[in-house]
Design a protein around this ligand. Sequence first.
Ligand code: NDP
Length: 355
Amino acid sequence: AKVLVSGATGYIAAWVVQNLLERGYAVRGTARSVAKGDFLKKAFAPYGDRFEVVVVEDIAQDGAFDEAVKGVDAIEHTASPFHFNAADPDELIKPAVNGTVGILKSVLKDKVCLVKRVVITSSGAAVLRDGLVTPTTFTETDWNNQCLEILKKYEDEGRKNEAPNMVKYRASKTLAERSAWEFVNNLENKARIEWDLVMLNPPFVRFQAPAIHEVSSPASLNTSAAIFYNYVADDAKANAAGNDFLANTGTCWIDVRDVAEAHALALEKEAAGGERIIISSGLWKWQDFIDAANDLRPPPHLKTTLPVGVRGAGKTVKHLTIYDTSKADRILDLKYRTIAETTKDTLADYEARGW
Ligand code: NDP
């Protein structure tokens, strides 16, 4: 079977591609340019002609995926902007929403459609809310309407660009996910759709190595991987953040290799069809990863010095955002890596790169 993976040059998507190739699937990845596609082709050369690339320059454009969806049996849509430096929230929202609806439209338009399932990478960002004072367990029935309300307030005041960056990103994920469900539940579409939709909602994704996508230095890491490097492997940056920050900051996490496994399982498990599924390996604070880094024997040889923080402080603080992952357990039977495993592998990767 052949699977289309959108945004294959991305951090998560590259792992999704590798996992699918390892399972024996043929994969068509989309990249924004021929040059980016060539890098992927080189990275996945060991899989021969089971891996191919098509260029989709901008997912926000109408019909961007019309050609890409032809002849594939399933889709993993992961492409979506993930960064915190958009001035205008539409820089994130437009590609997130248009890309998601666009890929679904392209599948529906395809006259000889072979697609049986579309898996979309949504996010915990579309589930949770801020400002909690007591520990709160979120399930798949929760929606982050809060970020939309905050954004609307800024819009109403004529200063949407000043909305917090996190709000802009969360709004893009919430609106994109909502638009996908609206698309498949629209009665006119529903009568014609012969595939089903699976939504995966991971929290912040960790783990770097061995990166398949293009990264030459810590500065070129994707958003979530770069933050990990800063607080777990670079004492100057961690110290600047302060011990209180390290002990108290963190919600839920998942290793990128487990995210990739979940994307494959979401294609393969019949019962996943039509489901929104939270995947999360559990709770964390930066201090927990820092402790795991300092536990490593032998210690990694890095150009930076490991932060220390206050050992054990991450264990004593209150966790407010908790995900109920029982649906993922039941449907995907996903096994998660631990903080110790992920930290060990990530620091070994930094070491191998000479960082
Ligand atoms: P990356 O930035 O590494 O990947 C995003 C991908 O989307 C890249 O391939 C990027 O291409 C592509 N892309 C973005 N905008 C466009 C556009 N307008 N046209 C074409 N391609 C575009 O981020 P991640 O791998 O971390 O994120 C992948 C998905 O996972 C996203 O949907 C994100 O919201 C979601 N997610 C991520 C989490 C995390 O902690 N990392 C947590 C939960 C969800 P290019 O690199 O060329 O710009």
